[in-house]
Write a protein that binds this ligand. Structure first.
Ligand SMILES: [Zn+2]
Length: 366
């Protein structure tokens, strides 16, 4: 038995406010407390350590221990070595802390793993989600500026069909898209059947897609769908989601030029960001409403889907418009249902038809 298991303490018995001077003997499973009474006799009690009510290290050399239900007794020991000699069983949170401190490498590894798993989850799921949700706070002017920068960066490496672009913009202006975004369409020479929207109002249509259209209603349907992405801020949401890591870093650094530069560096990939099925449906619905509002035959959207689907079967690149392929069937059914339900009235738009024919009829070779 080590010599240091004997300590001096003060006992408050819970019955009188006076404390008693006691001798405390520390054993592995209990404390034995001796009190010598005035008459010379000794009162002894044993406190089992696993039944202690409370243990508090109030200072390095001041320990307070409580025991018993009624009366609740309190023992105070003033000794630096007491805390080293007497180690009560710990519970709950104390236990976790205790294990971290004393649990060794396995606990530390487990905790490190949990921390990293949490950070990973936060970075790859929570952060993009949060970034996407925060788009509602982004002012429209900022979106327009961002879209313009991306457009300028993107268009540098493309060849614009200026004649068709002018006609397409005239076509666009005839339709009320019910938005104050500054809409602008650009026809780009490309053998890929594709079209996409940038944040803030730019819509890009490839010649291969335009030239394969059968009617002005198809073009109106396509524009309605792409402008739907603009109005619902889908591309902005996608960009924020994809670049949330950079956004976070720039918030920490207080420097937004870095983010803009990064987004611009990736401008050429931006039009390849695909939308979720929900966003495509939302754009389809918005496109349908635009056609309905302008009294343009909504069947144009269905024939556009059919037209594009044929292109796909022939092994062409899947266009943005059909990026959720093979959901195209469902999207056609959705538009057919909308037509059945809402019975939109339509009229013939001869001016749109004229513009469309000029855009799609191949020019004669001189
Ligand atoms: Zn789309």
């Amino acid at each position: 038995m080590q010599e240091s298991n004997l300590f001096e303490g003060q006992l408050f018995d819970g019955k009188s406010s006076e404390s008693k001077k006691v001798a405390v003997l520390v054993y592995s499973d209990r404390l034995v407390i001796h009190h010598q009474k005035e008459d010379g006799t000794t009162e002894t009690q044993s406190w089992e350590t696993n039944k202690l009510k409370d243990y508090q290290k109030l200072a390095k050399d001041f320990i307070q221990i409580q025991y018993g239900d009624f009366p609740l007794q309190t023992l105070e020991v003033k000794s630096e070595t007491f805390a080293e000699t007497f180690k009560p069983p710990v519970s709950g949170f104390q236990k976790v802390i205790h294990q971290v401190v004393h649990g060794g490498i396995i606990t530390i590894l487990a905790i490190t793993f949990v921390v990293f798993a949490f950070l990973g989850f936060a970075y790859f799921y929570a952060l993009p989600w949060l970034a996407e949700k925060s788009v509602v706070f982004v002012p429209k002017e900022y979106e327009v500026k961002m879209g313009e920068s991306i457009y300028q960066s993107y268009i540098q490496s493309e060849e614009i069909d200026t004649a068709k672009t002018e006609l397409a913009n005239n076509f666009l202006k005839q339709i009320d898209f019910q938005t104050d975004y500054p809409l602008q369409v650009t026809v780009v020479k490309s053998s890929i059947k594709n079209a996409f929207a940038l944040p803030g109002g730019h819509v890009v249509v490839y010649t291969e897609l335009l030239d394969n259209m059968k009617s002005y209603e198809e073009l109106a349907g396509l524009l309605g769908h792409e402008v739907g992405h603009v109005k619902q801020r889908h591309t902005t949401r996608n960009i924020f989601r994809s670049f949330s890591g950079y956004l976070l870093i720039s918030i920490f650094l207080g420097d937004f030029s870095g983010v803009s530069a990064t987004v611009l560096d990736n401008a050429n990939q931006l039009h390849q960001l695909s939308y979720s099925r929900e966003l495509e449906s939302e754009a389809d619905r918005t496109g349908f409403q635009t056609l309905k509002h302008n009294h343009i035959d909504a069947k144009g959207m269905i024939s556009l889907f059919e037209n594009l689907q044929k292109g796909n079967e022939a092994g062409n690149v899947v266009p943005e418009f059909l990026s959720t392929h093979p959901m195209t069937e469902n999207r056609m059914i959705f538009i057919k249902d909308m037509i059945k339900k809402e019975k939109p009235a339509h009229i013939e738009h001869y001016f749109l038809e004229g513009l469309f024919k000029q855009m799609t009829v191949p020019k004669a070779d001189y």
